[in-house]
Design a protein around this ligand. Sequence first.
Ligand code: NAD
Ligand code: ZN
Length: 368
Amino acid sequence: MIGSARHAVAVSAGGEARDYEVLVGRGLVTELPRLLASRMSAHRWAVISDETVGDLYGRELVEGMKEASLDARLFTFPAGERHKTRESWTTLTDQLLSAGCGRDTVVVALGGGVTGDLAGFVAATYLRGVPVVQVPTSLVAMIDSAVGGKTGVDTPAGKNLVGAFHPPRLVAVDAETARTLPPTERAQGLVEALKHGAILDSAYFDALEADLPALLDGEAEATERAVLRSVELKAEVVGRDEREGDYRQVLNFGHTLGHALEAASGYRLPHGSAVALGMVLEARLGERLGVTESETAGRLADAVAALGLPGRLTSETDRVAALSYLTTDKKRREGRLRCVLLRRLGEVEGRGGWSRPIETRDLEAVLD
Ligand SMILES: NC(=O)c1ccc[n+]([C@@H]2O[C@H](COP(=O)([O-])OP(=O)(O)OC[C@H]3O[C@@H](n4cnc5c(N)ncnc54)[C@H](O)[C@@H]3O)[C@@H](O)[C@H]2O)c1
Ligand SMILES: [Zn+2]
């Protein structure tokens, strides 16, 4: 039960806002209304979901909230990344305004990462900011996006270009919602869990390897364990560096090359798949530079294969396009290209900064 707070992690939100709790358990629809009523007071509750999650859980949650005497209403938008836009932000904001939601409204972001980012951004800006409770239902959201306070929308010029830091007041995870998630979506989220193990906790990496079949099946117990440990690890990092200045970079392991592959594929390659391959390639890069213990890339490649994701370049992951992205666009925008490198599984190279500049010839070599 979420309400029993069996698994609670406190996340420090730096100087920006109060700390918040992440509760991981089961029984969203039955437990969450009581939990909300006991922890927060609000005049109005605006539950925001995409249409898929709204149908699966949203209506039932709102009914449960009403039974707990909370004045709740469901607002939905069409599912999918292409609706994480300023237009959806406008529509939802206008709907909240015409529903008469005042300053004492709490937004409940119920859904995957798209919902968390979009509803979080609505909350960040609504009447100059109202609290948001994150209730992640995809593994990407449970394991990654619901904790950390980043919210925002995409624009034609790129992903997540408009947004705000708006740490949630509370995060409540019902691991059972993973059951209805398509298996391919589960794999996408589990990539970030493997990343947490790879950079911070080798015992967690081992445990994940053993649990992967159960996790891919959406089993609640295994999901609960993984989400809890990932949240603990991400909370530790975010608590040390809420605003990404320095230490938070370690979470970018696999992402320098991952983003390049994602962009090179014209975003046909999903983020998780791109990062999975990015981790393997960045480990290989570290091995080549003598920083990363040998066989690390091999272990990562095996785990990625167990998720059913590509561990090597395919036609979808165009080497030439990735290289040109890395050496031109990216370099021009962000100065010298940098990667977070592992020392070994569970440990990041930390001497002289948490990432290091990478030479083009080394990139060419690992992308071969
Ligand atoms: N804020 C951050 O720190 C952060 C971190 C990582 C990713 N993100 C963002 O997260 C987004 C990706 O998240 P996502 O993969 O969850 O996408 P998503 O929210 O679109 O969810 C994926 C699909 O799964 C469906 N779904 C969600 N939960 C379900 C459930 N329990 N049962 C059945 N279907 C369900 C959704 O309707 C959607 O169709 C991207 O926009 C990315 O930028 C943000
Ligand atoms: Zn990522």
